[in-house]
Design a protein around this ligand. Structure first.
Ligand SMILES: [Cu+2]
Length: 147
């Protein structure tokens, strides 16, 4: 395509700038959905136990700004994986193999696979209902309600 008129050049430049701007915007994801990884020394305000393939409590209600810690008591690995329905964001389901290879939490929506005695901690900065599952055992379902 040959672009010769000044108007066409200006239009193409505007489209290019708009595209870059939008790309940058979607790249920002520290607190999207209101869930962020918590520092290891953050004060924990609520706890969920994972035992016998269940999250207990399966519904936990916390105030905005709370830090929740999950502890795995099973001798198999589990994850805390937030589902798209409640975070408002589509996230392709990871295969078990991919979860096994993860060695750090994804930034927002899933812990790594963590084993007996290990924990996962996350901070909730926006009100909402955040459903989650365990990725390798998706019948393990629970929800965080942030008020
Ligand atoms: Cu599990």
């Amino acid at each position: 395509m040959r672009v010769s008129s000044p108007q066409a050049v200006a239009l193409l430049a505007a489209v290019a700038i708009f595209s870059v701007h939008c790309g940058g915007k979607t790249g920002v994801k520290q607190t999207a959905g209101g869930i962020s990884p918590a520092r290891s020394d953050a004060p924990v305000t609520a706890e969920v136990q994972i035992s016998q393939y269940k999250f207990t409590p399966d519904t936990i209600r916390v105030a905005v700004g709370s830090v929740i810690r999950w502890t795995n008591h099973d001798n198999v690995g589990h994850t805390v994986t937030f589902t798209a329905a409640d975070t408002g964001r589509r996230r392709p389901m990871r295969s078990r193999a991919e979860v096994m290879q993860m060695n750090r939490p994804s930034e927002l929506y899933s812990s790594r696979l963590f084993s007996e005695g290990q924990t996962f901690t996350a901070k909730f900065d926006q009100p909402g209902r955040f459903a989650y599952i365990c990725d390798p055992h998706p019948y393990m379902k629970a929800v965080v309600v942030v008020q």
